[in-house]
Write a new protein. Structure first.
Length: 234
């Protein structure tokens, strides 16, 4: 290679920008090659063009150091905030309390209404998306706190919720209420949500409604073998 080649390399912009812009030459100082298994960095300015293998973790941190993040104003009762591939995810704590729930037991029939107490709930919310929902004995204080299956149908075993026909709002703070106001159904198995009624959580709903209970039977919650720290890493 001619020793002057480094200074006379054409600008890469010439390939992607219109010629009439008359972009001048540019100097190559660093190069990254992405292979199937590794990323190779070449420091072109170093004599001999030193090569080094770098990890995606190193690269992402180097790029992130040039960015600044802000969460903006967070909803009341926010537990934590995470930046995920699908956008910001906010964990919201909903205090225990009595709620009116609707259960569509049969297609094309009016839903049945239940007024029942609920335990404290953890909602993992992404903008406009169905939330993950869990229950807890108290507002989480640390990553080692235990998490329980929330006492609802329409939830998968991993906490994800089936949206059905419900369209979730873009405003994250409104997602928990949107979930609780939606029509629950048999779309997803309702088993494994109660110790006393392991096959059908709505049987517990009926009992709580009939007896006009004001507090949820916390001893009936089913441990999900998940900790708060596990949710924080999702």
């Amino acid at each position: 290679m001619n020793k002057d080649n480094k200074a006379t390399l054409p600008s890469p912009f010439e390939r992607v920008l219109p010629k009439e812009l008359k972009v001048g030459k540019d100097k190559l100082i660093l190069r990254l090659d992405f292979y199937g298994e590794v990323i190779v960095m070449q420091d072109v300015e170093t004599k001999g063009g030193a090569f080094r293998i770098i990890s995606p973790h190193e690269l992402s941190h180097a790029l992130a150091s040039e960015l600044s993040f802000t969460s903006g104003l967070l909803p009341a009762n926010t537990l934590w905030w995470t930046n995920t591939r699908s956008g910001p995810r906010i964990a919201i704590w909903v205090e225990p309390g009595v709620r009116k729930l609707a259960f569509a037991e049969e297609y094309n029939q009016p839903p049945k209404r239940y007024t029942i107490p609920l335990p404290g709930l953890i909602f993992l919310c992404n903008q406009g998306q169905p939330p993950d929902v869990w229950a807890a004995f108290h507002r989480p204080k640390g990553p080692k706190d235990k998490v329980y299956h929330a006492p609802f149908p329409n939830l998968y075993h991993d906490g994800r919720s089936c949206p059905g026909s419900n369209v979730y709002p873009d405003l994250i703070e409104d997602i928990p209420d949107s979930f609780l106001r939606s029509f629950f159904s048999h779309a997803v198995s309702s088993s494994g949500r109660s110790k006393k009624y392991p096959n059908k959580i709505t049987e517990l709903w009926k009992k709580l409604d009939k007896e006009k209970k004001e507090t949820y039977p916390m001893s009936d919650l089913v441990y999900a073998h998940v900790l708060v720290g596990d949710l924080m890493r999702r």
